[in-house]
Write a protein that binds this ligand. Structure first.
Ligand code: NDP
Length: 473
């Protein structure tokens, strides 16, 4: 059999599907998985695509099966397993071979690995992929970080396997070293915010308006035909329509309200905080998952407080539903503005020169947050030269002016009936704080100077000043 053009390590959910995707696009791929049975099972189930797959029982076989210079994708559990795999691989690979980590790596690990491989003669690529199982099989969004010349060597394969938006591949080189994994992290942070805001709106319909899952599904289905059209709204409508065969009721009504997380949302928030960029909507979404996991405490507190949750009784349900749709849209604008602001700052700090418009472009298909909304972001960045907060882009200003009233009405209503809406509330607070020329930090500065002599600036004057506080000189 002819040698493979690419190798892939890790035949879990993502790796097995990506390998089939690569084989389907006509590239020969050599595959290896730690557990040998998995490799053989995968190969035996590959059907016609097996023609393009070379199963390997160990790393020596894998390396021998690929034509040099060898690109090898690692798609295994992130963290230490990746370090181990790199350590084993580097002994077996030759100059110019390319190691591509496609898992959800922390970009700081990716930067460290770049440094560790710097003098090895090997090339390293940190590549984020999004789209879950389906995306890996039929076309994910691909975010590449590393040397541009290394990317050029695998561009053809990546373009072939990536999702297409109107025939354009949703794959791009975004910058050096950790850029690809950083962008993937922020993608996931935005995904957390999107999902949380959708679930808050669902909660207001379910508990506030007393709507049944099927009725809520119909609302999301309708919204999906408008400006909120996106994968997440589409699957929300679908999920809400599914009946559990065992309980014979909507499956969402039998799923425990305890959300899992693997860490990318948290990393997005940590990096935003470290750089001093506001990402409060994403942070609220991560925090909501943390609180959701405290099911026992929440149940006990509900019993202890005995505060009846009120229903929302709008004069017109149709009008309130319109407010919900617009609130979700406004919240989305705020969350994306924050996510892109974090990337802009990271781009400056790490000297990546991240192409923000291109990032929005490659997220239009394949990935979990794919939506038509991202096309508007690309257009805004094209006009602004790829810089600046989205809230200041004329098209987004217009949208926000039209929809912030609804966000306000929904957050106020949620507060009045005692329904938590942390991400929507934070989106509104971000918007209101961002557009407030004179805020209240003057008082904070006075307090800081009072107890710690930190000094303050005076309006219209240069220099640092201290106040005439009682008890101070
Ligand atoms: P799975 O749990 O389905 O598969 C895990 C894979 O990692 C298996 O091939 C497993 O091998 C291998 N593995 C685990 N531990 C080790 C180890 N110590 N040494 C060598 N191999 C090991 O994971 P996914 O396919 O879902 O995820 C793979 C990567 O892709 C992760 O980084 C994940 O965060 C990321 N990702 C996942 C997405 C998803 O939707 N699932 C989306 C985007 C990225 P074995 O069979 O021997 O156990």
């Amino acid at each position: 059999m002819a040698q493979a053009e690419i190798g892939l390590i890790g035949l879990g959910v993502m790796g097995s599907n990506l390998a089939l995707n690569i084989a389907e696009k006509g590239f020969k791929v050599a595959v290896y998985n730690r557990t040998r049975d998995v490799t053989h099972k995968f190969f035996n189930n590959a059907g016609k695509l097996a023609e393009n797959i070379i199963p390997c029982d160990n790393l020596d076989e894998l390396v021998a099966a690929i034509r040099p210079p060898r690109p090898i994708i690692i798609l295994i559990k992130a963290g230490e397993p990746v370090d181990n795999e790199i350590r084993l691989l580097r002994e077996k690979l030759s100059k110019n071979d390319i190691i591509i980590d496609s898992g959800n790596a922390n970009f700081r690990d990716t930067m460290r690995r770049f440094k560790e491989l710097e003098d090895s003669g090997l090339t390293y690529i940190g590549m984020g992929i999004s789209g879950g199982e389906e995306g890996a099989r039929h076309g994910p969004a691909i975010m590449v970080g590393g040397k541009e010349e290394s990317y050029k060597r695998i561009e053809k394969i990546l373009d072939a396997v990536a999702a297409k938006y109107k025939k354009e591949p949703c794959s791009a080189w975004l910058g050096e070293n950790g850029a690809g994994h950083f962008v993937k992290t922020i993608h996931n942070g935005i995904e957390y915010a999107d999902m949380q805001m959708i679930s808050e709106v669902y909660g207001l319909m379910r508990d506030g308006l007393g709507m049944k899952a099927a009725e809520i599904a119909a609302v999301f289905k309708k919204w999906n035909t408008g400006r909120l059209n996106s994968y997440l709204i589409e699957i929300t409508a679908e999920v809400l329509s599914v009946i559990d065969a065992k309980a014979k009721k909507p499956i969402v009504d039998v799923i425990l309200d305890r959300a899992g997380q693997k860490g990318t949302g948290k990393w997005a928030v940590i990096e935003a905080q470290t750089m001093g960029v506001s990402a409060s909507t994403i942070e609220a979404a991560v925090d909501a998952r943390v609180l959701s996991s405290m099911k026992v405490d929440r149940t006990a507190a509900e019993k202890a407080y005995k505060i009846t949750r009120k229903k929302i009784s709008p004069k017109s349900r149709a009008t309130f539903l319109r407010h919900l749709e617009a609130a979700l849209y406004a919240g989305k604008i705020a969350a994306y503005a924050q996510g892109f602001a974090v990337m802009e700052q990271a781009s400056n700090e790490f000297k990546w020169n991240l192409p923000l418009g291109t990032i929005a472009k490659i997220w239009r298909a394949g990935c979990i947050i794919r939506s038509q909304f991202l096309g508007l972001i690309t257009q805004a960045f094209v006009k602004s030269g790829g810089k600046g907060n989205l809230l200041m882009a004329p098209a987004f200003m217009k949208m926000m002016k039209e929809s912030h009233g609804s966000l306000r009405a929904v957050v106020a209503q949620a507060a009045l009936v005692g329904a938590p809406a942390p991400a929507l509330s934070n989106a509104l607070s971000y918007f209101d704080t961002y557009r407030q020329g004179r805020g209240t930090a003057n008082l904070i500065q006075a307090q800081r100077d009072f107890f710690g002599a930190h000094g303050f600036e005076r309006i219209g004057e240069e220099g640092a000043f201290h106040g005439p506080w009682a008890g101070t000189e």
